[in-house]
Each structure stands twice: as C-alpha cells, then as structure tokens.
Design a protein around this ligand. Sequence first.
Ligand code: ARG
Length: 286
Amino acid sequence: FKGETEVTESNGDRDKMSRAIGKLLPRVLMVPPKYFKVEYNINPWMGGVVDQPKAQRQWDDLRKAIEKAGVPVQTLEPVDGLPDMVFVCNSGIVHNNKVFQSKFRHKERQGEEQHYIKWFKENGFDIQGADSKLCFEGGGDACFSTPDTLWAGFGPRTDKAVYEQIAKLGKFDTVLCELALPNFYHLDTCFCPVDETTALWYPPAFSEKTRKEMSARLPHLIAISDAEANAFVCNAITIRSTVISPIGIAKETVNKLSDRGFNVVECDMSEFMKAGGACQCLVLKL
Ligand code: ARG
C-alpha cells in the first residue's frame, strides 16, 4: 500500500481519545467478488470488463487493510447472477442490534434483498422496514458519524421520507443530505465522516442547503478536488486513526488528515470502480 505509515506515539494518543467512528466499527461484513462483473447499467460509472482475478486481489487487499487496522471481517456467500452483491454496504443500516433493511431503486439489485434479510435473521438482528414501500439503499446513503448523528443521503437512490421510519431505530439526530449530481448517486461517493467534526466531502455534489448544513455541523470539513472525487476518494473507511481510501488521494488531503491525527492507507479499487463503487461500498458496518 502506498502512503502507509507506522502508528506513531501521537497517533496512539489520538487512538485513546474518542474516535467516534472507530468505536462504531466493532466488526464488518463483506461479500467476496466471485460473481462480480458489470452486467447492466444503473449508474453513470458502469462499463468496461472486470478482470475477476484482479478484483479478487483488490478485495483481499482491502480485507487485509481492514483487519490490520483492527476490525474483524465476516463474510456472506455471494450468489451467482447478482453481480453487485459485493457492494454489501447497500444491504441496510445497522444500529446496535437493529437493522433497517434496504429496498433497492433498480430491479437489477432487488434480488439481493432476500439474501441480506436471511443473513440478518441468522445473525440475530432485529429487522425493521419490512413493510416500507420507500426506496432505501442502506449504508450507501445513510451513515452514523457518532451514535447520535445519522447523515441521511437522498435523491437518486433513497427516498427522503424513509428517514422518518429509520429515525425510530433509536435516539439520534438525522441530518438530511440532498444529492445533486448523477455521478455522485450515493452519499458515500461524495461524503466521508472521519470523526465527530471532520469529514472529506465533495461540495458540488450537494444542494446549497445541504452544503450549508454540513459546514455548520462540521468545523473541520476537508473539500476534495474534482480529480479526487472522480477517483472515488470519498469512498473511504475510517478505522480508529486509519483512513482506507482508493488510490488518488492528493498529498494536500493526506496532509490535512494527518493534521487531524489520521494516517492514510491507499487501496487499488480499479475493478470495482467499473461498477461505480470502491472501499466503503464493499463493507457493511455491523
Ligand atoms: N453498481 C452498484 C449500484 O449502482 C454500485 C453500488 C456502490 N455502492 C455504494 N455504496 N456507493 O448500485
């Protein structure tokens, strides 16, 4: 991995401080890319031919980076004919032992829903949202930065009104985030909270109202460039003081994260970007 640094004394100290997102990540779920390919077109990025062995290597490297940062990875068996099932982050949003299940916008992905529900049942989750008629694409659009703040993306994939039901999962604030550009169709393509006050974001992807709201709530926002946004840099995962990002993060952004106590590990996600996804899309936070 490029850009990897040893955990220094000061990073160690930072670790002892409240790292909200790290604490929210006791374990994660991933789906191996055995049947991953680009078979249909439901977002502007989809196209090209996936090199399957390469995709497997990239997925293995991401898994190792997550484990090395200290989070155990559980896996769910992939299903032939559901090529986007690798993007398991879209299966739902987990809050404690509860999960609000997804309802995909596009029929191409709706076949995944039953497999996720089965896994949630077998693993003891209290499943909510079974009767919802509204579209919701799970951790692709909804993410907790702390146990009391849910960032709630809506527009291309998720219906705004679903968050009234999701609010019943627990006691937290819901910050509605309106997505404004077709290429940034899920919140996790343009926004990545790294701690209570810091996030990577790509401002053009949001409505003006949302830009204002984010700026007001997050004093340490780090805006990324067009080139970084197109390299999926916001599709990163934070584990304690490590930010695992796709390749393409600018030196300037790495420095800003380092000033905030984070080190960056880059993973090559080229094969998954052919389907419009990267690091964060491949992982469901449990
Ligand atoms: N091809 C998938 C789709 O369009 C990619 C999903 C990426 N997931 C995400 N969380 N951004 O649904």
